[in-house]
Design a protein. Sequence first.
Lengths: 342, 342
Amino acid sequence: MAPKIKDVAKYAGVSVTTVSRVLNGEKYVKDDLKARVQKAIDDLGYSPSHIARSLVRRKTNLIGVIVPDVTSSFYSTILSTIEKTASLNDYNLLVCNIIEDTDKELKYLQVFKEMRVDGIIIMHEKINEEIREMIMKLGIPIIFSSVKPKDQPFISVIIDDYSAAYDATRHLIDLGHSRIGFIGGDMNDVTSGQNRYFGFVHALSDFGIEQVEAHIKFGDYKTRSGYDMMKEILACRTRPTAVFAVSDDMAVGAMNCISDYGLSVPGDISVIGFDGSQLTEQVRPRLSSMEQPILEMGKITVLKLLDLISGNNATLKDDVILKHMLVIRDSCKKYVNREDQT
Amino acid sequence: MAPKIKDVAKYAGVSVTTVSRVLNGEKYVKDDLKARVQKAIDDLGYSPSHIARSLVRRKTNLIGVIVPDVTSSFYSTILSTIEKTASLNDYNLLVCNIIEDTDKELKYLQVFKEMRVDGIIIMHEKINEEIREMIMKLGIPIIFSSVKPKDQPFISVIIDDYSAAYDATRHLIDLGHSRIGFIGGDMNDVTSGQNRYFGFVHALSDFGIEQVEAHIKFGDYKTRSGYDMMKEILACRTRPTAVFAVSDDMAVGAMNCISDYGLSVPGDISVIGFDGSQLTEQVRPRLSSMEQPILEMGKITVLKLLDLISGNNATLKDDVILKHMLVIRDSCKKYVNREDQT
DNA sequence: CTGAAAGCGCTTACAG
DNA sequence: CTGAAAGCGCTTACAG
């Protein structure tokens, strides 16, 4: 059995109170006692039970994290920076991977409650009434990262998805494209579904560009659905000359589809993605993308949560809006009218 | 403040012992009492403190996981299946992301100790003396997943990396290639460095194929290094007609390099990867790969660990060796002698 | 079938 | 500066 504080006290010939004091770096311990205790700790290889400490301190230094899909390039990256920031601040992560599974999510929230985690980070916006209620009842500080669920009082760290989508579309327009396809997300998602869609639509209308319904599809953010949606778009009589997909994964799927159908990116169709995941550099042509500041987003999410936990309520009610950034790579080119060419 | 067991007892008019009993589903509680307690629990919205329970039960249902890099396609996939299996068995994951940072790893092992995790999963094999000692002293059940550190008494769930690499090389040989490049891992890693390298080398020699030193490079398993190593290989006077990279990420880097240099995969150079990550399907051409059974590996790792935790020591000393599997996609083709062609 | 009491391994007033 | 004692929120013999 691992030694306990009592063993250390006995070994050092002091009270457990004194041992506790040197453990917690309190002053008011004479140097010689402190030294004896330290020696006892070293000799016995003692380390305090976090469990027991948590119980009395009413603080676990645990953060529960709900990720929609760790295998996604975007989420794994934001998770890695969340982990890093948490670790730097002596917090540990209880990671829960949810793949659109409300029951599992409820179960995990229950676990978070029983574990008495100090805070929670959620990275999806499919918050139904049941989950919403659960969260409210929990009474645990919570922050949403990269999303902002509809009509919820929760704090988010996000970008302005509407403007980001607008700017991405604008980029294609600036390149001379006027037949622009769109592969959106789930329209039940406000942040990554609706906002990005409306950014796209409004950019089109602001520049007097016609919206072709058949060129507008909605996927689930993953590569596979980007592929499938692109396939449907390519089946149309007239094809778009550019496509905007609201996730890099879908954009890559779209690129693959285009190339599997014997067309070229960006020769025949330009493609722009969204997120700024590492996939953008792993594919050829390298994918232009409207990037989220992923590392900063994860970091700020944790810092903000730690603020909430320590009760810094000043101005904490506000969302943090980070800046998006267009990163141009090789998947988009200027539109050239083929007929003019000949 | 959240209600405690005492509050429930008072509300229901019974002792805390009785409440505890219905909480733990013990028999020997009269139905009417049980009903009253259940009602009290529901009315008060009570849920037991996992912290307090852990303290007395000496069991936390926590598994500490050390991942070398969650943003890697391979590790995020194995992590997701580990999480799934753990969750199904009512275990939770404390996730630690290590990027070759011994200090952080030691710190985390210390945290695992203080947290009194029930078990540990480690997914890298860079176990130096310090870490080894730490692990031994911990006295916590531990399993290595996908790797087997050199000269350590720890149990691993792995494939036969030597044979897998041999078979991957053999595939290229069967396709008629005789100038075969190799992008290996860290030769300090027995599993993914040495074993794969020797599998490659022995396949060559078994088939009487010359080993060209200039075509043999070593990276760090990531896309970037696959790119850089391929660049060095391409700088040689004679180029290989096929390349085997010991991770899919590096293989993709190699493919990208080849294509950036105006050559084609598999037209000019065939490429085969290793792991079977989802990247294989996300790139074009789709990457042939010597695949590890990732999902099974993660699952078995957890189940084996749970066995260890519950003290099933029978035959537990043995590693689990899973089967590798060659998955042929579009990145390799039969070698055709250009001179014969003309 | 039920409850009072001890104990899990710590921290924290309180008293000296 | 130091220690005895209470308490964190549970479970588990033990007794009845």
